[in-house]
Ligand binder design. Structure first.
Ligand SMILES: [Zn+2]
Ligand SMILES: [Zn+2]
Length: 502
């Protein structure tokens, strides 16, 4: 879902590079542009109503299997979100909508206001999806809580539309829009003043350097912004906080605070954000704290700590860098080998850009999902290790804690008791979030497969060690490719880069 919002912003970045290049609507044809803007939220909302009604009928016909309705509902929503994005991209590139709002021509600082208006139909379409889904989601949520643990369960049945929308808008739109708007503003400014920047510094790449620095700073400081966009409060002092801080100490993790994520009981989730310890937060949602026992909370918390300990964010950055090198390399090679039309060659710049986009989508679609699912499993393993008891306290027969009070397995050991606690926490996440066990996820894989995988590692330290070694190999390989690629492209740039402007 966040990726859809990110891509909507990406449309603006891309469109601004070559404004008006793909416009298909004539200047005087105001109606077409207006209609495509206004119909986007209307059609999305209408289609969502139909889909929700069908999911409701599925629920009525098969009350014994609510996961069918859930699965259908989630898939339909995903398809509609994607369709809305494609439509929005069409509006941005093919109509005069963005051109009407190119207020940067007045002064670059004003462009961000125009950009916000350009994005309105996309935001409205997403909101219409949530409005349509609200009755169904409220029902499913109440059902899930009915099966839940009882005491302390969040107030799903008293859920109001306004709170539901408040949560979704903050959680899925503003969280992306906040940091992205700052970067977009920086891009508008550097583009608007690029001649001045170049003249002042005497360096062609100055505007790019300023923009890259701004984007880097936004990335590092984003946690400070996000903790305010989400509604969060520090976890109060007490036994639980003590327990979680002990997990941090044991793992050598430093963070600024442990926060409670106020979601009106809508979300069972935990997360960690921030690259720098001083700007790092671990978040636990209100519903997670209300519905899990201390051991399960510790397991989920341990999963988040595992992401930090194994430096997953850093490796995603390496991955992004490798992808960027690869795509830039392919595009450069293509334009050198075949030659662009501008340089008297056979292919248009547009075709090369198309190849670049296709390569990017392929690399991220396959590579990122693969890497992310592995990292999730590694974090699962870490979470299970956090709740692996000392020898003697193990409750089930397991291959780590041998009879006679000895333990085997070294650093990769995760025992059956720890794995079971973690699996029960994952199970809770699935039930209370209304995620069917086998619903696949690009970034996380299905909860069922995660539980099965963890169980297969539990008590088999050798298999766990193999798995960890495999991930280490992937990380090392990525790092090596990044280093070699950086050296090669640095050399290439020095030897062949154009010295003029642009
Ligand atoms: Zn995770
Ligand atoms: Zn054990």
């Amino acid at each position: 879902m966040h990726i859809i919002t990110i891509l909507a912003f990406a449309c603006l970045f891309w469109q601004a590079e070559e404004p008006g290049r793909w416009i298909l609507v004539a200047q005087h044809d105001i109606a077409v542009t207006l209609a495509s803007v206004l119909l986007l939220p209307a059609v999305t909302g209408g289609a969502a109503l139909l889909a929700v009604r069908r999911a409701g009928r599925l629920l009525e016909r098969h009350p014994e299997a609510p996961h069918w309705a859930q699965l259908f509902h989630h898939r339909a929503a995903a398809v509609l979100r994607l369709a809305a994005l494609v439509w929005f991209a069409g509006v941005v590139f093919f109509t005069r909508w963005a051109e009407w709002l190119a207020w940067g021509r007045i002064t670059p600082a004003l462009q961000i206001v125009g950009d916000a208006v350009v994005l309105l139909p996309f935001f409205a379409a997403q909101i219409s999806l949530w409005v349509a889904a609200f009755p169904l989601e409220r029902g499913l949520h109440a059902d899930a809580l009915g099966e839940g643990p009882g005491p302390g369960a969040p107030a799903g049945m008293r859920l109001k539309l306004s709170r539901f929308l408040d949560f979704h808008v903050r959680h899925y739109l503003l969280v992306v829009a906040g940091p992205m708007s700052v970067v977009l503003f920086a891009a508008n400014m550097t583009r608007g003043y690029d001649d001045q920047l170049q003249a002042w510094s005497g360096w062609v790449w100055m505007p790019d350097a300023v923009l890259a620095t701004a984007a880097g700073l936004v990335f590092l400081a984003a946690p400070l912004m996000l903790r305010r966009i989400w509604r969060t409060t520090p976890l109060e002092a007490g036994a639980l906080r003590q327990r979680l801080e002990t997990v941090c100490e044991r793992a050598g993790l430093r963070c600024r605070d442990i926060l409670v994520w106020d979601s009106d009981g809508l979300m069972i989730n935990a997360a960690v954000m921030g690259l720098l310890p001083r700007l790092r937060y671990v978040l636990l949602s209100d519903a997670l704290l209300a519905t899990m026992n201390a051991e399960q909370i510790e397991a989920v918390f341990g999963h988040e700590v595992g992401h930090v300990r194994h430096r997953h964010i850093q490796h995603f950055l390496v991955f992004a860098f490798v992808g960027w090198l690869l795509v830039a390399g392919i595009m450069e090679l293509l334009s050198r080998l075949v030659g662009t039309e501008d340089a008297g060659g056979g292919v248009s710049v547009l075709a090369i850009q198309g190849v670049g986009v296709a390569a990017t989508v392929l690399f991220w679609g396959i590579g990122f999902g693969h890497l992310s699912r592995r990292f999730e499993r590694q974090a699962d393993l870490f979470g299970a290790q956090c709740v692996t008891p000392a020898t003697g306290a193990c409750r089930v027969p397991c291959g780590v804690h041998l009879p006679g009070g000895t333990a085997q397995g070294g650093p990769a050991r995760v025992c059956m008791t720890g794995a079971e606690v973690f699996a029960s926490a994952l199970d809770r996440v699935a039930i209370l979030n209304g995620i069917p066990h086998e619903e696949r996820s690009w970034r996380h894989s299905s909860i069922g497969s995660r539980i099965r995988f963890l169980m297969s590692l539990a008590g088999d330290p050798r298999r766990a060690a193999d798995f960890l070694r495999g991930i280490q190999r992937i990380k090392t390989a990525m790092l090596a490719v990044a280093l070699v690629g950086a050296c090669l492209s640095g050399y290439y740039w020095l030897a062949f880069a154009p010295r003029g402007t642009g």
